[in-house]
Design a binder for this molecule. Structure first.
Ligand SMILES: N[C@@H](CC(=O)c1ccccc1NC=O)C(=O)O
Length: 274
């Protein structure tokens, strides 16, 4: 077996649709990556919860960059995973419209999030990523772009809320929250997103993912219904949050990042940066 080793489209559920799958890259044999010194990077793609052209493979350019030109960071990384998750309907897509009978493309919140947490549980079972009570486990970093960042913070909220309350049925308590969450051009305040952008596509994809009820948009938003997100919610009682925003991003306004910074500060997270 040669390294780096790539595996694509691994199903993370027993009767998985084609989008309940993930890709893995191991830079070196796992026996050479100790959980004390290395961690996993887990990527959640964007695409407005619905775009069939944006998948786990959108991580590939970043992955290549890290594999080829990050000599100081790569030794700290045990593995990379990039997740697919079921998408919301997109019947108006010009070349690849969704059909009503396609289970992979008729998701509605919280389906996307449930897929993400199912993928994390699979990684914890198969690779000891964030597993609790089964010996040394790898810490992990959740990275999300655009709606993937929404999902990363929703997952943090979910895992932090259920920490310590393991039941075989809910199955969450044996999975540690991430050590860090990195949001890139993320959507954190869904009502604000629709308010800021008058193009009808915004309301369209938000309604496809969350329904027409605006109260539901607010509840699902990382800034709104965060509820339990406080300093110390992450792995080992801490969680590092990094929010990145490109001024060249024309789809998600920077006010999303500003709203999230305000929420985190309001919850007592100590901040750095501008
Ligand atoms: N290509 C997507 C649009 C999209 O991804 C998007 C549009 C506006 C704001 C954020 C977006 N993506 C976030 O995940 C679509 O066709 O619906």
């Amino acid at each position: 077996m040669s390294f780096p080793q790539f595996q694509h489209n691994l199903p993370y559920l027993t009767s998985a649709t084609r989008l309940q799958t993930l890709d893995i890259c191991l830079p070196r044999p796992l026996t050479e990556s100790s959980p004390e010194r290395t961690f996993w990077v887990i990527y959640i793609h964007g695409g407005a919860w619905r775009d069939p052209a944006i998948t786990s493979t959108s991580f590939q350019p970043t992955l290549n960059l890290i594999l080829n030109s990050a000599p100081e960071t790569l030794p700290r990384i045990a593995g990379f995973a990039s997740l697919n998750y079921r998408l919301s309907p997109y019947p108006s897509h010009p070349t690849d419209p969704s059909r009503p009978d396609d289970a992979a493309r008729n998701a509605r919140h919280p389906d996307h999030l449930e897929d993400v947490t199912a993928a994390l549980r699979w990684l914890s079972r198969e690779y000891n990523v964030g597993s609790v009570g089964r010996g040394p486990a790898y810490e992990y970093l959740l990275v999300g772009h655009s709606c993937g960042a929404t999902l990363a913070f929703q997952a943090l909220r979910e895992l932090a809320a259920r920490r310590g309350d393991y039941s075989p049925r809910s199955g969450y308590g044996d999975l540690a929250p991430p050590a860090a969450v990195v949001g890139l051009c993320g959507i954190y305040d869904i009502p604000l997103l629709v308010e800021t952008h008058s193009h009808p596509a915004y309301r369209e994809f938000v309604e496809a993912a969350f329904g027409k009820e605006e109260r539901e948009w607010a509840k699902a938003s990382p800034v709104g219904g965060v509820g339990t997100l406080r300093d110390g919610d992450g792995e080992g009682g801490r969680c590092v949050v990094v929010l990145g925003h490109s001024v060249q991003d024309e789809l998600v306004d920077r006010n999303q990042r500003d709203a999230m910074v305000e929420t985190l500060r309001g919850r007592g997270l100590r901040g750095r940066g501008g």
